[in-house]
Structure formats: C-alpha cells, structure tokens
Design a protein around this ligand. Sequence first.
Ligand code: TRP
Length: 474
Amino acid sequence: MSECQADACELLTPMEIYKTLTAQGNKVRALKSENADKADIDTAVQLLLKMKCEYKKLTGQDYKAGCPPTEDITSPENGPGSEDGDDVVDPWNVTTNNAKGVDYDKLIVRFGSSKIDKELVDRIEKVTGQQAHRFLRRGIFFSHRDMHQVLDAYEKNKSFYLYTGRGPSSEAMHVGHLIPFIFTKWLQEVFNIPLVIQMTDDEKYLWKDLTLEECHRYTVENARDIIACGFDVNKTFIFSDLDYMGMSPSFYRNVVKVQKHVTFNQVKGIFGFTDSDCIGKISFPAIQAAPSFSSSFPQIFNGRKDVPCLIPCAIDQDPYFRMTRDVAPRIGYIKPALLHSTFFPALQGAQTKMSASDPNSSIFLTDTPKQIKNKINKHAFSGGKDTIEEHRQFGGNADVDVSFMYLTFFLDDDEQLEKIRQDYTSGALLTGELKKCLIETLQPMISAHQDRRKQVTDEIVQQFMTPRKLDFEY
Ligand code: TRP
C-alpha cells in the first residue's frame, strides 16, 4: 500500500473519523452494487484507503466496521495541561485557583476514571479482612480504573501484582513523596502480593539538566527512603531503568512492542510533546508502560504474561496509563488497573502540590524536629481568623487549612481527627494549637523514618535491586 500522506483528518477525534469511515465504506459498497462508473468507484476506494490510513495513524488501531475506537485517549479533553475552570493537571504541572485544592470529582469526569465510593472501600475491607487504610477511608485515594475486576479475580484465588514508581530528580524527598509508597506497602501487606518499583532515572535525565551519573545516584538514594517505608524484600523488586533496560531482554521487547503501537500523534495529544522535544522524551512513555505487563519480569512471573497489574499512583501519572491501557489489548496483554491519589498540598496552600524544588513549600524527610516546627509555624497556610477574638467567635475553616489537611494524611485516629475538625471549626481550637498537633504528629513520624533509613545498608539496597525470584504463587 502507498505511504500515508493524508492529513485531512488531523483535527478530528478517532470517533469522528470512525463514523466518516463507516459512511465511506457504505458508499463504496453501494457504488459497487450499483455497478457504478469504474472511475467513481476507484476514487471512492482511494479516499477510503486514505482515511483508513489516517485512522490507524491517529489511533494505532486498524479500522474495523462495527468496532468503534476504544478509550478515546487523544480526546482534546484529556490533553496536556488541559484546563477545567482553572485546574491544570498533567505529569509536569498541578495548579488550581481554588484554596481547597483541585476539583477531583471534575477530574474523574475529565479523565474518564471511576470514583472510589463507599461500596468499593467496603468491598476492599471484605476481601482483605482488614480495616481500609486511612487514605481510602478519607478519599485520599479517590479514583480508580478496573479495581472491581482485580477484586473479582482475587476472590477466585487469582493473584495480581503491584507496580509503582518514582522519578528520582534529586536526593531530597519530602513527605508528599511518601504517600504512594505508604499506601503501596499497605496493599502489599493486606493482599500479600509482589511489587515492582520503577525508578525512572532515564526520564529525569531526559527532562532535567542532570547527568546520567547524578540521576543514577539519586535512584539509589531515593531507593533507601522507599525501602525505609517497610517493604518486604522477598516480595519487592526495585529497579533503575538505566540498569534494568539493558539487562532484561523481556523488558525491552515490551518497550518496543508499545513503541510500535503508539503514534507520534497520540503522544502529542496525550503529553503535549512538540517537534522540538528530543526523541527520548517522545519514546519515554513506552518505558513507563512496560512494567504494567508481567512478561517484563520473567524472573518473578516465570514468563507468564497474564498476571494482572494494579498501579497505585498520584492522578497526574494517569496519562501514561491511559496510553498503556489503550495499547495493551492490541499487543495481547491485559490492561493494568489503577488506584489514583490526590496531591499532597504545598505548605502555602492547596493551590499547588508540595515541590522539592521549593524548600519553603516542603517538609523533607531529612528535616530536624526543629526545622519541622519552624516550617509549619512559619509557612503552613492557616484557615484561622486574624485575631484570637475573631477566631473564638467565628471559628476556622478546616477546608483550606494546610495543617488540618496534613493531619488527614497522617493522623490515623478517625475520632481524634473529627474532634479536631469540630473544635477548629467552632473556634475552640486555635491555629497555634492545631499546628502544634501537626508538629507533634510529624516529628516522631519523620524521626522514625530517619532511623529506619539508617538501617538500610548498601547490601540491602543491592538485594532489593537485584533481579530475582520473589515469593509469589499464582
Ligand atoms: N513518572 C513518575 C515520576 O516522575 C515515576 C513513575 C514511573 C511512576 N512509573 C510509575 C509513578 C508508576 C507511579 C506509578 O515520578
């Protein structure tokens, strides 16, 4: 067949092209059955071929009558930095004008995921026989894809594995970075399943002004913090892309499969790449997709390609996995399921997430008790009133108060949290007292983390990062 040149359909969505194609197919059939002029039939067939070519270019799928395109991953709604009111959410930016933070219900609609409702939380409790983690009880993990399917299979004794990751862009990790790992550790424990953790040092090299050596070193340093969250070495494999890609033929084969089935047009639509982005960035999403397929880890899954994968991650990573879920069936794999978390707010307020590049916005895992205290007292945005008198009279606003938000992440006792909320709202509890409560929650938590991190020797890191068999029965 001749080269694809048609760009006429460039601005249409896959569904629109699909419909036009179906109409054109019908037209060709009608012309043929009418024994129409050969030249007319040829012209109509030429146009049909051109449109099929364009359809494949845009969706990566072959056009088949009666089979509309699957998840519309290039829909402009889902595009990079796409705006809904003023919320911007993509792998590189998270901002909103709302002091309460991003409107997560709208995000569910925009991304086409499902809400984690009470029914799902109850079901997780029933299946695991454990009280749901506070992140589930409090809607911090708020959205999912296909979690019911994972539970259906698990109830029939079909296990699954967990996949999460981290882009090691500096040595400095902050408390917000721990959220997915704290939750993933809980999932590993209650489901008793293996876990792979991808350290995308390649991604950070491509996106930031860092050397390969720096990125690789950050991988190892960050791995220490991740290990300090308490993962089971017999069930956890942590890998650096820079190392593992080159030594795992199975992993690289999956990367290439994904690369063959996603077009430049698609990644432009999903991630906003432009003609001047380096080609490493353009092909990187295939590398973040590959760990979603069990055949990327033959040493763990004995070459099985049908072990389902569940990915806990912050919602800004969803574009990668919309792409992954779109290609999966086309390369003979199961779509990974997802659990999405909200963002961890900056000290200055929930308009943006905590960022390691702004030291005043973050509480680092290396901070001393004194630094923690000072940062919270000085920078944590308060929903309290300007004077004690006013505060006593009118009460504070917990919905925009960063100290209160942090307590919802880290204070495990539901009753105590609710009492704090009520007392703060009524004015009985002052901002200084609320901050003190947060300081007293974070100081021991971070010291304990630092102690555990000290125990993580080079040998232990090495153990976690060696490709090997894990405890797993399917
Ligand atoms: N891109 C992610 C980051 O920059 C890292 C990552 C890779 C990841 N694979 C993942 C995060 C899977 C969550 C789940 O942090």
